[in-house]
Design a binder for this molecule. Structure first.
Ligand code: SAM
Length: 473
C-alpha cells in the first residue's frame, strides 16, 4: 500500500506505514547501535528517511540528544551560515467558507470582524510594510470562492509587486492560500509568486476530517495532493508544514518527512521550506482544547531533527513563537523568521486595540518591531537578510538545492545577505541597529571565500551608501 512515488494521498502518506514506523521507533528507542548508525548517516549530510528520523525522535537518551543538537547546529552553519531571512505575513481577507475547528476564520464564527482589503488598502498595507524594511511577504487568505476568488489573489499580487515607495519594493511574494487546481497554480506561477505554502495541518486522515468538518478543505486527498498539482502547474518552490498540537507529534513528524520524500520521488525536488506552527489562542479558539500540545523541548527536538533529516530545506518560525523559544531554535536550523507581524486584516495601517472586534487569525507571541528583531539578531551574531535573489535569478527548485548542496552559499547568499542588510540599515534602521549592523557587515565581508566576489560585494555595499539599490549575485 505504501508508495512514496504514488500520486494518491493515502498511498504516499500511508497510515499503515506511519503506524509501523512508530512501532519500529518505539522498539528501537534505546537501541544505541542503531541510533549511532543513524546519527553517523546524518553526519554525511545525506538526510534521513522518516523511519530513521522517527527513531531519533523517540530516543530519550540525553547524550544522543546532545549529539543530535550539535549536528543540527553544525549542518545549519555549513549550509545556511549565520544568515536569517526576514519576511512578514500580509492578511488579505479573512472571509472563509471552511469549518476548521482550530481557526477563528471558520465560517460559523459570527463575532469575528470579516474584512477583505481593497487594492487601495493593499497598497497602504504594503507601503507600511515597505516602510518597516520588508522585501518579502507571505500573503494569506481564507478560502472563499466568492469573496477571495483566484482573480482577487492574482490582482493583489500584481498590486503588491507594482508598489514602489521611496526605496521600498516587495521583491518576493509567497502565497499561502487554500488548495486549488492545476490551472490556478499555473496562474500563480505566471504571477511570479515565490513559494506556494500550504500547511497540511495534520497528516492523520481521520483527525483531519474531524478537524475540518465542513467546506472544501474537508477533502483530505485534495488537500494532501495539492503540492503535486502546484508542481504540475509549474511552481518549483513549495512550503510544507503541520499545525503542531492537533495530532500526535510523532505521527505528524513521520508524515511530514514522508511528504518530503514523496515530492523528491515524484518531482525530483523536495520542499523548499518547512514551517512548524503550533496552535495558538485566537478569537474563539482555546489551544488547550486540543490534546496534543507539545512542550518547548519537544518543539526544539523536532526542529533539530528536521534540520538533520532534510538539510537542504529551509525552516520557518513565525511570530506564533515567543522571543525565548525563537532564540532556542534559531541555532538548530531555522533559516527564516517573520518579524513585526500583524495577523489582522489591515493591521499594519490600523493596529487593532483591545476594544476592537478582532479580525486576527491568532495571537502573536513575539510582538517586537522589525527593528527590534534586527537588532536582536545582530546581537546574537546572526546576519538578518532581506535577500530575494535566488528566485529572481531563476534559482528555484533543484537549482536552489544544488547551490545549497555545493556549499556555494558563502559566495552567493552570504554577500546577498550583507548587501540587503546594508539597504535596510541605510533606509530603515534605528541608530543603534545601524551602528551594530555596519560593524557586522565589515566583519562578515572578510569571510567571503572568493576574493573576486568579496571585492564586488564590497563595492556594491559602498554604492548602496550612495543611494544605489538592488544588487545581487
Ligand atoms: N486558508 C488557507 C488554508 O486553508 O490553507 C490559508 C491558510 S491560513 C491563513 C494560515 C495557517 O494558519 C493555516 O494553514 C493554519 O495552519 C494556521 N492557523 C490557523 N489557526 C491557527 C491558530 N489558532 N493558531 C496557529 N495557527 C493557526
Amino acid at each position: 500500500m505504501y508508495n512514496a512515488a504514488s500520486l494518491k494521498a493515502e498511498e504516499f502518506i500511508s497510515d499503515g506505514e506511519i503506524q509501523e514506523t512508530l512501532a519500529y521507533a518505539d522498539a528501537n528507542r534505546d537501541n544505541t547501535e542503531l541510533i549511532d548508525r543513524i546519527i553517523a548517516k546524518a553526519k554525511e549530510r545525506k538526510g534521513l528517511d522518516h523511519r530513521e528520523a522517527s527513531v531519533l525522535l523517540a530516543c530519550e537518551i540525553p547524550e544522543k540528544i546532545r549529539e543530535i543538537y550539535a549536528l543540527a547546529e553544525q549542518i545549519k552553519k555549513d549550509y545556511y551560515g549565520n544568515r536569517i531571512v526576514l519576511f512578514a505575513p500580509l492578511y488579505l481577507s479573512n472571509y472563509c467558507v471552511n469549518g476548521c475547528v482550530y481557526c477563528p476564520y471558520h465560517a460559523k464564527n459570527k463575532h469575528i470582524a470579516r474584512k477583505k482589503l481593497t487594492q487601495d488598502e493593499i497598497r497602504q498595507e504594503v507601503i507600511a510594510l515597505q516602510d518597516m524594511g520588508h522585501k518579502r511577504l507571505a500573503i494569506e487568505a481564507g478560502e472563499d470562492p466568492v469573496n477571495n476568488p483566484i482573480e482577487y489573489i492574482l490582482e493583489s499580487i500584481k498590486t503588491i509587486y507594482r508598489i514602489k515607495h521611496k526605496n521600498g519594493a516587495i521583491r518576493r511574494v509567497n502565497v499561502n492560500i487554500a488548495a486549488t487546481t492545476v490551472e490556478n497554480y499555473r496562474k500563480l506561477k505566471e504571477a511570479e509568486i515565490g513559494t506556494y505554502i500550504l500547511f497540511q495541518e495534520t497528516y492523520h486522515k481521520k483527525s483531519y476530517e474531524q478537524l475540518h468538518p465542513t467546506g472544501p478543505k474537508h477533502d483530505y486527498a485534495y488537500h494532501t495532493e495539492a503540492m503535486d498539482r502546484a508542481m504540475e502547474g509549474g511552481i518549483d518552490d513549495v512550503g510544507l508544514g503541520v499545525l503542531f498540537g492537533l495530532e500526535m507529534y510523532r505521527y505528524e513528524f513521520a508524515g511530514l518527512l514522508m511528504h518530503a520524500e514523496h515530492l523528491e520521488a515524484v518531482h525530483g525536488v523536495g520542499p523548499h521550506t518547512i514551517s512548524v506552527p503550533r496552535v495558538k489562542r485566537a478569537d474563539d479558539i482555546d489551544p488547550s482544547a486540543f490534546d496534543n500540545g507539545i512542550s518547548d523541548d519537544v518543539f526544539a527536538k523536532i526542529c533539530a531533527l528536521i534540520r538533520i533529516s532534510v538539510p537542504y530545506t529551509g525552516m520557518i518560525i513565525s511570530t506564533r513563537e515567543s522571543q525565548s523559544v525563537r532564540e532556542k531554535v534559531l541555532p538548530l536550523g531555522v533559516s527564516q523568521i517573520s518579524g513585526g507581524s500583524r495577523t489582522s486584516v489591515g493591521g499594519y495601517v490600523t493596529p487593532e486595540t483591545e476594544e476592537d472586534v478582532t479580525s486576527a487569525q491568532f495571537d502573536v507571541s513575539d510582538q517586537r518591531t522589525l527593528d527590534e528583531i534586527i537588532h536582536w539578531l545582530i546581537r546574537l551574531d546572526y546576519i538578518p537578510s532581506f535577500c530575494t535573489a535566488c528566485y529572481r535569478e531563476g534559482r528555484t527548485g533543484d537549482r536552489f538545492m544544488s547551490l545549497c548542496k555545493n556549499m556555494q552559499i558563502l559566495n552567493c547568499c552570504h554577500p546577498n545577505a550583507l548587501m540587503t542588510l546594508k539597504e535596510y540599515l541605510e533606509d530603515y534602521a534605528g541608530e543603534e541597529t545601524r551602528k551594530l549592523g555596519l560593524k557586522l557587515i565589515e566583519r562578515e565581508l572578510e569571510t567571503i571565500p572568493n576574493p573576486k566576489v568579496r571585492r564586488i560585494a564590497g563595492e556594491h555595499i559602498h554604492d548602496i551608501a550612495t543611494g544605489k539599490r538592488d544588487f545581487r549575485f
